[in-house]
Ligand binder design. Structure first.
Ligand SMILES: [Zn+2]
Length: 199
């Protein structure tokens, strides 16, 4: 397993449609585990294969409060319902976040590593993550969902950079209840509200 470089905007691979997976073999599983490593190393909640330069319909997700790593092949949003405003960012668009609209819940279908079809209904952060990652496979980025009144918000470098996070971001923030503190990566990531950490 290995950490792979994450492609960033405006890399054209991020705008391409990933191809359906026909067979899950050891090479594909290696890619999946590399993506898990890469996602965890970057402190992200999810990663799509496009983001590591592979046009395959494969996503990985690990919610902040779950130990389980989710690996989905040929994932599909079968149905979506409702609308809610959420905060979102992306490892391929570093340094920014934005408020965008996502569904209240989705019905999801995918294949697991044994090529078994799995289906479930998801809401909250899982729904948001599934929509974000399946979008990636279709060349869509969260900024495409921004409406005119929704602007990109720069993320303070000290809050984003894992190495420097312990230096000053806490010192600046006497009140640790401030929402910006939720972005401080030296907090236990499992305690960070996942809605703020979608990658
Ligand atoms: Zn992303």
């Amino acid at each position: 397993m290995a950490i792979r470089p994450i492609l960033e905007l405006p890399n054209p691979v991020l705008r391409q449609r990933a191809k359906k997976i026909r067979r899950i073999d050891s090479q594909l599983m290696r890619l999946a585990y590399d993506m898990v490593d890469t996602m965890q190393h970057a402190n992200g909640v999810g990663l799509a294969a496009n983001q590591v330069g592979e046009l395959k319909r494969l996503i990985v997700i690990q919610l902040a409060d779950e130990e389980e790593v989710r690996i989905y092949f040929n994932p599909e949003i079968v149905k979506r319902e409702g609308e809610r405003e959420v905060e979102e960012g992306c490892l391929s668009i570093p340094g920014y976040k934005a408020m965008i609209n996502r569904s209240v819940w989705v019905r999801f279908r995918a294949m697991d590593h044994s090529e078994k079809v799995i289906k479930f209904k998801a809401e909250d952060i899982l729904s948001q993550a599934l929509e974000h990652e399946v979008d990636h496979l279709n060349g869509i980025l969260y900024i495409d969902h921004m409406e005119e009144h929704q602007e990109l918000i720069p993320v303070d470098k000290s809050e984003e950079d894992e190495e420097s996070a312990s230096n000053d971001s806490d010192a600046d923030q006497s009140d640790t209840a401030g929402s910006s503190v939720l972005w401080t990566p030296d907090d236990d990531p499992r305690e960070t509200p996942a809605s703020l950490k979608i990658k």
